[in-house]
Design a protein around this ligand. Structure first.
Ligand code: MTE
Length: 336
């Protein structure tokens, strides 16, 4: 007899959004994404703009026929009950069709174009201040890491949020595996650079490749996670296959997608958005409702898939896990 075991994040019927309400919310969301804003050199940039059109985007939406992900057999993985949500899980279709991945265009609607991302072979480089630099294929890496599933909130700097079930492993495990030297103070991560496929990378006003960084203390905090799966399946290309950072206490632009390199360094890395507009997107980027973005308030957030605006929480509600990381850094711009 086949018994269907409910996954940790699946809601009861009672909690599920009624279909009619959901459809209205989709209409609301479609309204939200319908404001075109063309980006260009020198314009004011936003990490999570709902802009629709940019030169080249029309070419990018051609559907591709992606090869199946060879890691599919690994999922679903054990659900870790430690990380609880205060809201329903976002609808899977929404979380996988409303994306930011500027390498495929600056609209939210890049999921079809992103199917062109070649996710195998996928080599990952570990270098900089490590005992011994090395490269490894992602499947070999996956076989060495303890996979689990976690429910996290995800808060974009532009005041929308989701709640999703990531599968993957703690970034701390990856750091230990790489054997950094004691002089390593930061972890710098880099996205694949392949303008033939990622045609957004032909836009020369962006500082490609996408780069992000964490302190070693942040990278080894228990919350920092490398997502390799989403909704009990391999992570879709548009969400950052095959390896994507998740730091739920920070704004979403820190969560770098499709990582090919982990470099340990003693210099603070300058992230993609920090490089573009450092006054609006800084290194720390911790969520704080009381520190407004220069152009809008961060006090509340729009929960995607719902018509609710809810109060934003300090460190996105994860203060008990991360506040200590910043106790001695009060002179820094921790929330921008
Ligand atoms: N990583 C890369 N390489 N390129 C990007 O454009 N966008 C960031 C982040 N990681 C981005 C990226 C931003 S602004 C956000 S809000 C999240 O990815 C969005 O993740 P999601 O599409 O899975 O919700």
């Amino acid at each position: 007899m086949l018994i269907r075991v409910k996954r940790g994040w699946e809601m009861s019927e009672r909690e599920a959004t009624p279909e009619a309400v959901y459809r209205d919310r989709r209409r609301l969301l479609q309204g939200m994404v319908a404001t075109p804003l063309i980006l260009g050199m020198g314009s004011v940039l936003s990490a999570c703009d709902d802009n629709v059109a940019e030169a080249g985007d029309a070419v990018l939406v051609a559907a591709a026929d992606p090869k199946p992900d060879p890691s599919a057999g690994l999922y679903p993985v054990t659900h870790n009950l430690r990380y609880k949500l205060d809201r329903p899980v976002t609808d899977e279709e929404l979380a996988t069709t409303y994306n930011n991945f500027y390498e495929f265009g600056s609209s939210k609607n890049i999921h079809r174009a992103a199917q062109q991302l070649p996710i195998r072979p996928w080599m990952v480089r570990f270098d900089g201040l490590v005992e011994q630099p090395f490269e490894m294929g992602v499947d070999e890496l996956l076989a060495k890491m303890p996979l689990e599933e976690r429910l996290y909130r995800h808060r974009c700097v532009e005041a929308w949020s989701m709640a999703v079930p990531w599968s993957g492993f703690g970034l701390r495990q990856l750091v230990e595996f790489a054997k950094p030297l004691s002089g390593a103070k930061y972890l710098k991560m880099t996205t694949l650079h392949d303008p033939d496929v990622m045609r957004g990378q032909r836009a020369s006003w962006y500082p490609w490749p996408y780069v992000e960084g964490l302190t070693i203390e942040e990278a080894t905090n228990e919350l920092a996670f490398i997502a390799t799966g989403l909704y009990g399946k391999p992570i879709p290309r548009q969400n950052g296959a095959p390896l994507r950072l998740v730091t739920p206490w920070k704004y979403g632009f820190k969560c770098i997608k499709s990582v090919v390199a982990f470099e340990f360094t003693d210099k603070r890395p300058v992230g993609f958005w920090e490089e573009l507009q450092g006054s609006e997107y800084g290194f720390w980027a911790n969520v704080n409702p009381e520190v407004a973005h220069p152009r809008w308030s961060q006090a509340t957030e729009q929960v995607l898939g719902s018509d609710e605006r809810v109060p934003t929480q300090l460190y996105n509600g994860y203060g008990e896990f991360v506040a200590d990381l910043y106790a001695d850094k009060q002179n820094e711009r921790l929330f921008m």
